[in-house]
Write a protein that binds this ligand. Structure first.
Ligand code: HEC
Length: 127
């Protein structure tokens, strides 16, 4: 434990010196800060989807459950949204927004980790 740095050898020390405590960047997911899905949704999606003057439809449970599974909704969002700049969000933003809309609309049954939903999980309209 106390000797951890010494065991890294010179390569480890050089890497640390170059990259600093935040890591080496390069778009890796591991160094991204956790994102607040509700906030990201508000900034990136609401102005179109919470209507009246937005150009998207209201994202009700019924509309979203129409995508059948977590994976299908995830793919749609990544390919098609935001409508004017599809694919423009980071992986972490898509993930956080997906988790937020699924949780807030109650689309998945049971107590689950909304940030780690398997693609195959079915979406349903809550009773
Ligand atoms: C610039 C306006 C705009 C923004 C921003 C936007 N959308 Fe959309 N969205 C649309 C429009 C327009 C459609 C209908 C697209 C179509 O049918 O081709 C749509 C469709 C959708 C649908 C499908 C609805 C259905 O009836 O099947 C979902 C889900 C969705 N958007 C989610 C999102 C999410 C999540 C975000 C934020 C990451 C987002 N949108 C950002 C305009 C927008």
């Amino acid at each position: 434990m106390a000797n951890g740095r010494a065991r890294l050898g010179w390569r480890g020390v050089v890497l640390m010196a170059f990259c600093g405590p935040a890591g080496c960047g390069g778009g890796g997911e591991s160094r991204e800060e956790p994102i607040d899905g509700q906030y990201a949704y508000t900034v990136r999606c609401s102005y179109c989807h919470d209507v009246p003057n937005g150009i998207g439809a209201e994202l009700t449970a019924k509309v979203l459950a129409g995508y059948s599974t977590v994976g299908a909704l995830d793919r749609y969002l990544r390919v098609a949204m935001p409508h004017e700049t599809p694919g423009s969000l980071t992986d972490a933003e898509y993930q956080a927004i997906l988790a937020y809309i699924i949780e807030s609309r109650g689309l998945v049954v049971g107590k689950v980790d909304y940030r780690a939903l398997p693609d195959s999980i079915a979406l349903r309209v809550p009773e």
